[in-house]
Design a protein around this ligand. Structure first.
Ligand SMILES: NC(=O)c1ccc[n+]([C@@H]2O[C@H](COP(=O)([O-])OP(=O)(O)OC[C@H]3O[C@@H](n4cnc5c(N)ncnc54)[C@H](O)[C@@H]3O)[C@@H](O)[C@H]2O)c1
Ligand SMILES: [Zn+2]
Length: 405
């Protein structure tokens, strides 16, 4: 038996934010990030709509990118004081993910972060509050997913919390919120969405329900991501929907080792001055992982189907895999995303010399590989790597060398 779970309601299209006017409840806590939602007037509007709905509101502001366990615990405390019956999280993946974890702690104050990370092991939520997610970036699709990614800065590791209990009750996918994204964010989040769709399509947990969503998302992202990056606002609107479709696919089909590696490298070099931003990490690792996974016949065929839907040409599946890899690399170039860690600077842009020193990378590689193998996304990858293979893959992601094993 397989399960397919999505939010009960999805409001999409321009003006979808107004759906908040129809909410019923007494108290809503609004969780936001560093200020973009306030600066562009979306926070004011959300508050106004909730007041129109007769609700009292309270703000949890300043949730940082790649939110920490500490932020989650502090936010849950605020929720315990205010006792909301709605949690409305607004912004990119970071504030929405943090709010999801706060929700767990609010409903079950005794829960520790370690408890939360037990895959599909959460108790029933919604005994105190329902959850509405409003996305302002076009990539993570956390507004529809069963995941939340929280970083433990004591060891520099990102942990996915995975359970259908944290799939939001309501998702609001209003493209106006994505119009204000700077283009680097468009590029990174867009390639995150592409990776979600491709990994979901070849995941061992795929099914017809998720395939349809993943393939359509891939076609839309191929058509619109570079255009959106170049300033075409209709394409930007389309990308907001495409990433959401990709999210519906991967929330139910799960992901693969591109994400395992992105989670485990993301905060691993923070002591050297930067994060490897989630979407950029995926963009760099995806072509390498496709080459690795294509040794599995089923995966190779599925990559071939993706290439066909993208009209890339090629006669055999091997040719199609080559063309798919080349196409994705070309997208990275068009989006000004580096091809490997050695050329990834502290701001996520291509550079002659990246911010992660070679010696430090090699010193940490065994641990990173071990942690990546343990990541919740590894289990559904179509080819299970050994520790040695994971180390080799990570080296290819650092140096941009051929994956020939
Ligand atoms: N839960 C999931 O299913 C899932 C999936 C993939 C990634 N993630 C996680 O999500 C996080 C990344 O999220 P993200 O890529 O959405 O970015 P983010 O939420 O970290 O935001 C990045 C920056 O963009 C700004 N920003 C957000 N929206 C904006 C807008 N419309 N206009 C201008 N600025 C804006 C924010 O203020 C912030 O400074 C990572 O922690 C990643 O691991 C979660
Ligand atoms: Zn992702």
């Amino acid at each position: 038996m397989q399960r397919f779970t999505l939010p009960r309601d999805l409001y999409h299209g321009k003006g979808a934010l107004e759906a908040l006017k129809g909410f019923t409840g007494k108290r809503a806590v609004i969780c936001v990030g560093g200020g973009s939602m306030k600066r562009f007037g979306f926070l004011d509007r959300a508050e106004r709509y909730l007041h129109e709905a007769g609700m009292e509101t309270c703000l949890i502001e300043g949730i940082e990118p790649d939110p920490s366990v500490d932020t989650v615990m502090k936010g849950a405390k605020r929720m315990a004081e205010f006792q909301p019956d709605w949690i409305v999280a607004m912004g990119g993946g970071s504030p929405i993910d943090a709010a999801k974890a706060m929700w767990i702690k609010y409903e079950y104050p005794e829960t520790s972060f370690v408890d939360m990370c037990k895959v599909f092991g959460l108790p029933k939520l919604r005994t105190k509050a329902k959850f509405c997610a409003i996305s302002s970036t076009s990539g993570t699709a956390t507004e529809v997913t069963a995941f939340s990614i929280i970083t433990d800065y004591t060891n520099g590791i990102k942990y996915p919390i995975a359970d259908f209990e944290i799939t939001p009750d309501v998702a609001i996918v209003d493209p106006e919120l994505a119009h204000t994204m700077p283009i680097k964010l468009v590029a990174h989040t867009g390639m995150d969405a592409m990776t979600h769709a491709v990994e979901a399509y070849v995941s061992t947990a795929n099914c017809s329900y998720t395939d349809a969503l993943a393939i359509h998302a891939i076609e839309m992202i191929q058509a619109d991501l570079v255009k959106s990056y170049s300033g075409d606002m209709d394409a930007r609107d389309s990308m907001h929907n495409a990433q959401c479709l990709a999210g519906m696919a991967f929330s139910n089909a799960l992901l693969g080792i591109v994400h395992s590696m992105a989670h485990k490298t993301g905060a691993a070099f923070i002591d050297h001055g930067g994060h490897i931003i989630h979407g950029a990490a995926n963009a760099m690792y995806l072509p390498k992982v496709i080459r690795f996974n294509a040794k599995n016949e089923t995966a190779k065929k599925r990559y071939g189907v993706i290439a066909d839907y993208m009209h890339l040409g090629g006669k055999t599946d091997d040719e199609k895999v080559d063309l798919l890899i080349a196409y994705l690399r070309k997208m990275n170039d068009a989006l000004n995303i580096p091809q490997c860690i050695a050329h990834y600077d502290a701001h996520g842009l291509p550079a002659e010399k990246g911010f992660v020193p070679e010696a430090v990378f090699l010193e940490r590689i065994e641990d990173i590989a071990k942690n990546a193998l343990l990541d919740a996304c590894t289990g559904s990858n179509p080819r299970q790597p050994s520790q040695e293979e994971m180390v080799k893959l990570l080296k290819c992601c650092y140096y941009d060398t051929e994956v020939d094993f």
